[in-house]
Design a protein around this ligand. Structure first.
Ligand SMILES: O=C(O)C1=C[C@@H](OP(=O)(O)O)[C@@H](O)[C@H](O)C1
Ligand SMILES: C=C(OP(=O)(O)O)C(=O)O
Length: 439
């Protein structure tokens, strides 16, 4: 399939109704493969995200000598090789579009006795890697990148790593996780302090695999030289994928949707908090815990939204949900202001610019700022052609805008939706979105 030509056509209007289980959490699925591979014994993963990003991680570990069986949709069994059982890959490891895969694997591979090369697609090849290579170098790793600090990464391996006590300059779960993974191979203690809370799936899953991770406020530490033991991981539905439907149902009059089995880890629920502050009607039912992660069913009904100033402390807790939230802001009464979100500029696309361009294309006023955006809610807006810049979340966000548009919205360059949400068009159509895809 030609990635650039896959396009969505979204009919104006409609409402979202019924119930829906979105695919498995992408962050947790990556980690289940990685930790399962590095553990002793078998790890069975249910609810695994069969999307391109996590399949790249799965293929990477196969290339590193790990046997991974695919047992059915969302169901894999990883035969762990232990922390020291990986073998060199014969070719460069291609991590496709996935920042998480590249940054976490850099941490794992820095601790190996052999060299590895990590490559990615055009988008990943533009993303900053110094945020992991610099602290890994402080631990003793040798990693080469381009002069701009972007992939490919050549990880020399065969170094003795030592634990460091690192204060992260940005709130990044990927950096924290890369350093903790390298810390498993380091002499002594590795500690990471985060400037604001970020998703803690690594800490939770390491604990589930028997590795003691100590948290003291914003600082999380582990000791090198331990071992991981495999087990079962049940992956919840991804709140970042559910977010499109939380927004879609909130903006489309007549909507009522039940989103099943969604991960509601408090380091991920910023989207619910922000939407509720805007006036959204979201209820959380049957909270429960699965594999160390909180899970619940979410019911969302249409409600008129108001623009707000988004509190900066909620930014890392909703970092991937801003494309969807900007569509909510476009449909809200009044102005929504986001600040403290410069990280959005270094995702799969520059999400501030890409969203502002798309919003202006459909007639919504958006003012770009260095670390955020100001969006004027519109009573009505038209349709138009949107460029997703190959960014899955931009594509899905504008698909939801169709629910309130007065004309058809065309979105080009949508193939990467498959990185996080395979089956998006079918699932969205089944609950009432007038969406079709073509090449
Ligand atoms: O650790 C993770 O699984 C992720 C962390 C976040 O990235 P940063 O660490 O760059 O904020 C997020 O945007 C990404 O989608 C997944
Ligand atoms: C930023 C994202 O992913 P990654 O960094 O893994 O490419 C995302 O899925 O929104």
């Amino acid at each position: 399939m030609n990635a650039l030509t896959q396009r969505y056509t979204v009919m104006p209007g409609g409402a979202l109704k019924g119930r829906l289980r979105v695919p498995g959490d992408k962050s947790i699925s990556h980690r289940a493969i990685m930790f399962g591979a590095l553990a002793e014994g078998e790890t069975e993963v249910e609810g695994f995200l069969d999307g391109a990003d996590c399949l790249a991680t799965l293929a990477a570990f196969r290339a590193l000598g790990v046997q991974i069986e695919t047992l059915g949709a969302g169901h894999v069994r990883v035969h762990g090789v232990g922390l020291h059982g990986l073998t060199p890959a014969s070719d460069p490891i291609d991590l496709g579009n996935s920042g998480t895969a590249m940054r976490l694997m850099a941490g794992v591979l820095a601790g190996q006795a052999f060299a590895s090369t990590l490559v990615g697609d055009a988008s990943l090849s533009r993303r900053p890697m110094r945020r992991v290579t610099a602290p890994l170098a402080q631990m003793g790793a040798r990693i080469d990148a381009t002069p701009e600090g972007t992939p490919p990464l050549r990880i020399h391996g065969a170094e003795t790593l030592r634990g460091i006590d690192y204060a992260m300059p940005m709130a990044s779960a990927q950096v924290k996780s890369a350093l903790l993974l390298a810390g498993l191979y380091a002499q002594g203690k590795t500690c990471v302090t985060e400037p604001a809370p970020t998703r803690d799936h690594t800490e939770r899953m390491l604990a589930g695999f028997g590795c003691r991770v100590a948290r003291d406020g914003a600082r999380v530490c582990l000791n090198g030289g331990g071992r991981l033991s495999g087990g079962k991981v049940v992956v919840p539905a991804d709140i970042s994928s559910a977010a499109f439907f939380l927004v879609g149902a909130s903006i489309a009059p007549g909507s009522e949707l039940l989103l099943e089995h969604v991960g509601i880890n408090p380091t991920r629920t910023g989207v619910i908090e922000i939407l509720r502050r805007m006036g959204a009607d979201i209820d959380v039912f049957e909270p429960r815990e699965m594999s160390g992660e909180p899970v619940a069913d979410l019911r969302v009904r249409y409600a008129p939204l108001q623009g707000i100033d988004i509190p900066e402390d909620l930014v890392p807790l909703a970092i991937d949900e801003f494309p969807a939230l900007f569509i909510a802001a476009a449909c809200a009464q009044g102005t929504t202001r986001l600040t403290g979100a410069a990280e959005l500029r270094v995702k799969e696309s520059d999400r501030i610019q890409a969203m502002a361009d798309g919003l202006s294309a459909i007639g919504v006023a958006a003012e770009v700022q260095s670390d955020g955006i100001v969006i004027q809610g519109a009573d009505a807006f038209g349709g138009g052609v949107i460029h997703s810049h190959g960014d899955h979340r931009i594509a899905m966000a504008f698909a939801m805008a169709g629910l309130r548009a007065e004309k058809q919205i065309e979105i080009v360059d949508c193939a990467n939706v498959d990185t996080s949400f395979p089956g998006f068009v079918d699932k969205a159509s089944a609950v009432g979105l007038g969406i079709g895809s073509s090449l």
